[in-house]
Design a binder for this molecule. Structure first.
Ligand code: BGC
Length: 736
């Protein structure tokens, strides 16, 4: 590596630090799109790779998924130029957002989004998704995946909540680490050809802008950053993740791309991250164009490189980045030593990925691509994610032979099941790719028999450009059909979106959908409300009208089938909410929060104020069977730092069906020097119990698991009492 580095000119080094988007090297009129079918413009490719020594390419072309063989051809052509026509034969590092399975590979396997994987409370699903995705991404010839998303889903307004593992730092830490292991494998000598480099994103606290709007400022005190947001990244780094992408936003008034305290002091020096740090999309430019902390591109580039960025996702204008950085070094504003640091990291990654020996991998060596096994994994994850939120009078499961109306804007759409980042950025092209899969209506029709199941929309999403606008559609016919049905399955939620196009001004479910529910309720027929959305949209206006409520999140291509199985009782639901389901748009809390005064106001028998009045609590999820918890034993009851605290509880299936149960262990610090959270999740384990079967579940924690970060930014577990809670059982233990 050092030998190669020593042979490189400054221009060659700087080129390694630039990343361009695929359309830049495609034929076509516009800079921002390419001809169809995609053809590499060899002159443009040579200009970038040979003349400018660009070291990395990302993204797909024309914002659509490509067949795996087309990827092979593109990668082969790119690497051929990089290896055969450049002086030092350095291969290209190609990166893609395959964030819930193979987003941009037409014929690969899609999985439920991370939010749904979190709802399974079963880390095996995170591992498997990552493993399958890595394998199928390599089958394309691509060695780098911009995944996992480790942003804490603490704000339901945020348009990217579905990309992460929900609001709980511990769930995200466990699931994120599993994804890194599944994606990178455990080879001690780098990353083998069945695995890819993962990319932790977006460092740090990207998901909690104060406005709830993507890429707007966040104010997060450092001890909060450290206690809630950092653990996910720390665990992923310790699990071996090789790359990291930076938060596009501004924290505490400072653009993260220009913040050496976060990028160098915290990430490099304190967490010891040695891998590659990539900017997000054109975010160095934004230091100048949006954030106004640089008065031109030259200042912006200097700020970002000084802060610690290794690769600029320049996307289009790589020339400015490369030319300017060369000038900055020649002028002595940035040292060549600093450039060497970044290039060393980039070349080391290429080496670890085996790109020097084997710049392209091909489908022919990946016989498991799109295998039945991967499809089964995706289906099983969907089955375990789906969360039963309400089941009045055991209205579910539905007996065979009943007449069912399936309606609502999400009833017959593969696009809504998959959400954003599916076959295209916004997911709007999904229905062209998913003929072989079942929408909710199709799956229910197959499950309950065509003659028993009718579909009418009632409300439909408008068109591709207007992501979340809907209109009444055959409203009266839908109501007439409801009169004839035994059950109404009303499928509501959102159309697909990602990032800024998913920004939201109102967290309520749309008025048309609420209106449809009210009209259907007038028929007196039981409504099964199915929620299919990227974030929890408030439903308090229609919750009382629904006999049952099922949250299916974005469970992807098998989400419809999995839902139908659950509605028919063939699978017992076992998902639990990975976020707090808010009751009102202005009452947004996470389950972990500081206590506040409760005025005890009650209206119509219902509590109407309090510090936490969600529609459904974090961790809520019903089953068709019942579980009983007993014999909580916590040992020792008095402990010191370094002691292992063993916690056991017995769980029994007291119903008449087999079922899976996620056992959640919480702790509460009774008094602390800064107000403690009311409770925090510390461990979870999912078990499977037959009727009447009981099992002892064991957990081990230490004082570190009970610690918090104090205003001096130190992790501390103070003396005093802690309440350990599993189910409704509680035990107090004391730290000496
Ligand atoms: C997103 C990243 C993504 C990148 C490349 C950005 O807009 O914020 O999550 O990896 O684009 O597609």
């Amino acid at each position: 590596m050092e030998q190669l580095l020593s042979k490189m000119t400054l221009e060659e080094k700087v080129g390694q630090m630039a990343q361009i988007t695929l359309d830049v090297i495609g034929t076509g009129d516009s800079r921002f799109s390419s001809d169809e079918p995609f053809i590499i413009d060899t002159a443009a490719l040579r200009r970038a790779v040979v003349e400018y020594h660009v070291g990395s390419i990302l993204n797909t072309t024309n914002n659509r998924a490509l067949p795996v063989l087309e990827w092979n051809q593109i990668l082969s052509q790119i690497q051929q130029v990089a290896v055969e026509e450049t002086r030092l034969s350095v291969p290209i590092l190609y990166g893609l957002d395959q964030i819930h399975g193979t987003t941009y590979t037409a014929d690969g396997t899609l999985f439920p989004h991370e939010i749904a994987l979190a709802a399974t409370f079963n880390p095996a699903h995170a591992y498997r998704m990552a493993q399958a995705t890595a394998y199928e991404t390599r089958a394309c010839g691509i060695p780098w995946n911009f995944s996992p998303v480790l942003d804490l889903g603490a704000d339901p307004r945020f348009s990217r909540q579905f990309e992460g593992f929900g609001e709980d730092p511990y769930v995200g830490t466990v699931m994120g680490a599993e994804m890194v292991k599944g994606m990178e494998g455990d080879s001690k000598n780098g990353i083998d050809a069945n695995h890819v480099a993962s990319c932790m994103k977006h460092f740090l606290a990207y998901s909690v802008p104060n406005s709830g709007i993507d890429r707007t400022p966040a104010f997060v005190p450092e001890h909060i950053l450290r206690e809630y947001h950092l653990p996910l990244f720390k665990a992923a780094i310790e699990s071996g993740s090789h790359t990291i992408m930076i938060n596009s936003g501004i924290i505490n008034g400072i653009s993260v791309h220009a913040n050496p305290d976060l990028l160098t002091k915290l990430l490099r020096e304190e967490l010891g991250f040695e891998g590659v740090m990539v900017s997000d999309w054109m975010d160095i430019d934004k230091l100048y164009t949006r954030d106004k902390v640089a008065s031109n591109m030259k200042e912006a580039i200097k700020l970002a490189i000084d802060a610690g960025i290794d690769i600029s996702m320049s996307s289009y204008d790589y020339e400015t980045f490369c030319d300017t950085l060369v000038v900055l070094v020649k002028e002595g504003a940035i040292s060549e030593k600093r450039i060497n640091q970044s290039v060393r990291r980039i070349l080391t990654l290429k080496e670890k990925l085996g790109l020097f020996e084997n710049p392209v991998t091909y489908l022919k060596d990946y016989p498991e691509f799109a295998s039945q096994q991967f499809a089964d994994w995706s289906r099983q994850a969907a089955l375990e994610a789906i969360t039963l939120l309400k089941n009045e009078n055991k209205v579910l499961p539905i007996d065979p032979g009943k007449k069912i109306l399936v309606c609502g804007p999400n009833a017959n759409s593969m696009r809504t099941l998959n959400g954003g980042w599916s076959y295209s950025w916004q997911g709007e092209k999904t229905d062209y790719y998913t003929a072989g899969f079942n929408t909710i209506y199709e799956a229910i029709s197959t499950q309950f028999g065509q003659k028993n199941v009718k579909y009418l929309p009632g409300v439909s999403y408008v068109n591709e450009a207007n992501f979340n606008i809907d209109r009444f559609d055959k409203l009266q016919e839908t109501i007439n059909a409801a009169e004839q049905a035994d059950y109404i399955i009303l499928c509501v939620g959102e159309n697909s979106y990602a990032e800024k196009p998913g920004n939201l001004q109102d967290l309520y479910l749309s008025d048309n959908q609420v209106e449809l529910a009210k009209k259907l309720a007038q028929t007196g027929k039981p409504i099964i409300l199915v929620i299919n959305s990227g974030r929890p949209r408030c439903i308090n206006k229609i919750e009382p009208l629904s006999a049952a409520i099922v949250n299916i999140y974005l469970t992807s291509n098998f989400g419809g089938d999995a839902l139908a199985e659950i509605l028919a009782g063939k699978t017992n639901p076992s998902g639990r909410l990975p976020y707090t389901y808010p009751r009102y748009p202005s009452a947004l809390y996470t389950y972990y929060h500081k206590p506040s005064e409760d005025m005890g106001a009650i209206e119509e028998g219902k509590k109407i104020d309090g510090d936490y009045l969600p529609q459904f609590e974090f961790g809520h999820g019903l089953s068709y069977t019942t579980f009983e918890y007993s014999d909580l034993i916590v040992n020792p009851s008095v402990f010191s730092d370094g002691d292992s605290i063993s916690i056991t509880v017995t769980v029994k299936n007291t119903g008449d069906r087999e079922g899976k149960e996620s056992v959640l262990l919480y702790s509460s610090d009774v008094y602390a020097s800064i107000t403690p959270d009311v409770k925090r999740l510390r461990r979870f384990q999912k078990i499977d119990l037959k009727p009447n079967e009981s099992r002892q579940v064991n957990f081990v924690i230490t004082s570190q698991d009970l610690a918090f970060v104090n205003p001096q930014n130190e992790w501390v577990c103070e003396k005093g009492d802690f309440i350990i809670q599993v189910g409704e059982l509680k035990q107090t233990i004391t730290k000496k």
